[in-house]
Design a protein around this ligand. Sequence first.
Ligand code: C5P
Length: 231
Amino acid sequence: MDPRLIVALDFDNQPLALELIDQLDSSQCALKVGGEMFTRFGPHFVWQLVDRQFKVFLDLKFHDIPNTVAQSCKAAADLGVWMVNVHAAGGLAMMQTARQALATYGDTRPLMIAVTVLTSMSQTDFATMGVTGDLKERVKQLARMAQEAGLDGVVSSALEVEAIKSICGPTFLTVTPGIRLATDNPNDQSRVCTPEQALKAGSDFLVVGRPITAAKDPASVVRDLLLLMKS
Ligand code: C5P
């Protein structure tokens, strides 16, 4: 079974990231490489993680014309990553084209996930952008569209997992960032949940970044999270 904890490696420094990775077990957690580390350290960094047998979520949130996104997803698959994502707001045709492009990889294709509404966004931010309507309804609409395009699941807040599962079914994957303990700083995240709440809601994968990377002893935070997820 895939590990349910995804550690977001948002470090500006490779040795620090590798120091943490050296203390992690690839059977217990997956690693997420986002825009910051990929832009600084490129595919070489991803290969190092894949070589160490880690499942890698390449979180570059592609959002472009269908052909460009499809080719970008193929480039991600060629890196050997386990999960790749696009913005659902890129539309049905973009997601369908990218999904078809990955079909050629057969059983070795990465999971393909769509970002619904960023967890940093609140209902108020939504209104400021001129988007009318309820944020949760928008998440549900984008999830439905991602499913129609043949994707494996979506990124959302854990606050929306139950609603997504109720319309897309239990096997449609939910990947949830914005995970914070009650004592953690929410930072720039708006729609936050504790790990316990996320698990109870049925989230398939919990993405945790700064509560780990900003801790004095990141590996001990990972150990605590894993214990909590087992109990
Ligand atoms: O540090 P924190 O736990 O907030 O990190 C969350 C990670 O998940 C970041 O790497 C962020 O880019 C990513 N993410 C997110 N919200 C999304 C999609 C990805 O926070 N909707």
